[in-house]
Design a protein. Structure first.
Length: 104
């Protein structure tokens, strides 16, 4: 992953997470949780904030990180933020993560 992608990794989700996303502050700490039992996407990585799921890493990112995250004995966290209005208007993305400091 390039550095700019690492600093602007989108969190994807659906309407099921909209209310949780709305309650988030402008910046937060996210925990990345591999979901090997996910029946739709076997390399899914959930994004949790304060113990609540707010979405997932985009599939192209989770495919790359899933194995390493699954092997970690402790949960992996990273900074997150709400996206800008232009990000939301052009892509629908509401949350971005900064993965640049992850030691994976």
């Amino acid at each position: 992953m390039t550095e700019s992608v690492q600093q602007r990794t989108p969190v994807v989700g659906g309407l099921g997470y909209a209310e949780r996303v709305r309650r988030l502050p402008s910046t937060f700490t996210a925990t990345l949780v591999p979901e090997p039992e996910n029946r739709y996407f076997p390399t899914a990585v959930a994004v949790q904030v304060n113990g609540e799921k707010v979405g997932y890493l985009a599939p192209e990112v989770s495919r790359e990180l899933f194995g390493t995250l699954k092997e970690k004995p402790e949960p992996v966290s990273c900074p997150g933020r709400r996206s800008s209005v232009s990000d939301h208007e052009t892509s629908g993305v509401e949350l971005l993560l900064d993965l640049s400091d992850l030691r994976l």
